[in-house]
Design a protein around this ligand. Sequence first.
Ligand code: ADP
Length: 155
Amino acid sequence: MTRKAVFPGSFDPVTSGHMHIIKSGLLVFDEIIIAIGQNSNKQGYFSLEQRMSWLKSLYADEPRISVETYTGLTVSFCRERGAGFILRGLRSAADFEYESVIAQTNRTLAPEVETVFILTDPQFAHISSTIVKEVLKHGGDISSMVPSVVVKPVD
Ligand code: ADP
């Protein structure tokens, strides 16, 4: 049976931390769908098209990875795609607090979909899309936090 996981997130923008989770996820899963959520409460800084194109170019040569956008519940998207797993990354105890509520809710909604957490490598533990955007807004160098495709955004 194919072990298919959905890796949901905002990816606004994709960071080296996300990429580490995806790389580790490929050791566990046969297929990963990177799913960019269109959240009505969370307006993106970068356009969906931009976020999607960065992810697609990063994984163009990896047939086990696909990139999609979705709206609505993550578990509904998993069911539509026949994915039995949700992949999420953990950086800290604060992440765990936040993620465990979401994972328990998802389990209630869809008991057949298992959430799997992968712990980040310490070198990426301080990286978040929010921090990247802050540094970028103030003209700082983000090259240590994001893949090179993101470093020179074409807006
Ligand atoms: P969301 O808005 O759903 O939190 P993000 O794009 O911020 O979307 O994060 C998607 C997933 O990637 C989450 O599970 C988050 O914990 C994980 N993640 C983000 N940054 C890192 C990092 N530096 N190391 C490991 N996991 C990370």
